[in-house]
Write a protein of this length. Structure first.
Length: 333
């Protein structure tokens, strides 16, 4: 059951929790059902609802505080009462179709800037701040991981073809490439995904590499299994992912139906490094991916500040309760 726009509990009590995500988000529903069961008032909305279906009115008070509300037809939040924001997976602002393209572009900038009034509210827990999510790029997250004592595969970001060949040789001739941004790709009206792929020797000096930046990494050829670690504040929820031979062995996202799962235990140095990396990145929540090689070394390969978690049965309930606990208390450890 999806929680519709404005769903919450406790009658006319002003919600202390704001959930910003798209309309049909089944992952969010697990946590919202738990908040409802606990009697924690919340308001769920999406950026797409503003300004066509919701209104924002905030006035700057003496001393620098903002007072006002963000509300819809039936419900909303009093900015002075807000204690936690779950910035889950919002979609883009929508505008009246009567507006021209330039008008919508201007309105979009205005709407985005207006929403930052939420960031100016004191003593509000964010899971996560939008800017922290945006700043968690591949170069930033990999550097933070290495600085935190985690093992990261040798990595090259370049648009110089000759540098790729040199890098590949230093990696024993086995390198992979992955996108620097989102994997969803649309071409000719067709939607697809750009998965991790091996780079054969004949492509190391491809002149098309010069057309834009690319990310290359040493391939972990002795992969034993992978681990998805969901981090909620200071809690770590690891699950081992076992992919059979085939496309999913290189990138398990290519065939999720073939995967097996088992309990995983992270070494102490990985736990410590993960918490330190989260601190450096300013994240309260993230989904991390590690490759574990035959020697037991854990190689961090991705940090997704908005990563999914409900698809893994083993940890779904625990993560649901951890997120609900965090939003309910309104502060991190």
């Amino acid at each position: 059951m999806a929680f519709p726009f404005g769903q919450g509990t406790c009658g006319e009590v002003s919600p202390h929790v704001l959930v910003v995500t798209y309309a049909l988000d089944p992952t969010a529903d697990y946590v919202l059902r738990e908040l409802n069961a606990r009697g924690v008032p919340f308001w769920r909305t999406d950026l797409a609802d503003f300004p066509t279906r919701t209104t924002l009115s905030a006035e700057l008070r003496p001393g620098g505080g903002w007072a006002g509300s963000w509300s819809g037809e039936a419900r909303g939040v009093d900015l002075s009462e807000l204690r936690a924001v779950w910035w889950r997976k919002p979609t883009r602002h929508e505008f009246a179709r009567t507006m021209s393209g330039p008008e919508q572009q201007f309105a979009s900038v205005q709407a985005k800037q207006a929403m930052t009034v939420l960031s100016a509210l004191p003593d509000v827990l964010w899971v996560n701040r939008p800017q922290a999510n945006a700043d968690c790029t591949k170069p930033v997250q990999l550097a933070a991981a290495a600085a935190s004592g985690l093992t990261v595969p040798e990595t090259l970001i370049t648009n110089v073809p000759s540098d790729v060949a040199e890098f590949a040789k230093s990696c024993g001739g086995r390198i992979i490439t992955k996108v620097l941004g989102g994997i969803v790709h649309t071409e000719g009206g067709m939607r697809g995904q750009l998965y991790t792929r091996r780079v054969p020797e004949e492509q190391w000096s491809d002149p098309r590499i010069a057309l834009t930046a690319h990310l290359f990494q040493r391939e972990i050829t002795d992969k034993a299994y992978e681990i998805r670690v969901t981090v909620v504040d200071d809690q770590l929820f690891p699950v081992a992912i076992h992919a059979p031979a085939g496309p999913a062995r290189l990138d398990w996202r290519q065939d999720s139906s073939s995967l097996g799962y088992s309990t995983a235990v992270l070494p102490g140095y990985v736990q410590d490094g993960t918490r330190e990396m989260m601190r450096r990145l300013g994240l309260v929540y993230a989904a991390l991916d590690f490759i574990v090689d035959s020697k037991g070394v854990h190689h961090l390969v991705d940090v997704n500040p908005g990563g999914q978690w409900a698809w893994i049965d083993r940890t779904r309930d625990a993560i649901t309760h951890a997120l609900a606990d965090l939003l309910q208390k309104g502060h991190s450890t």
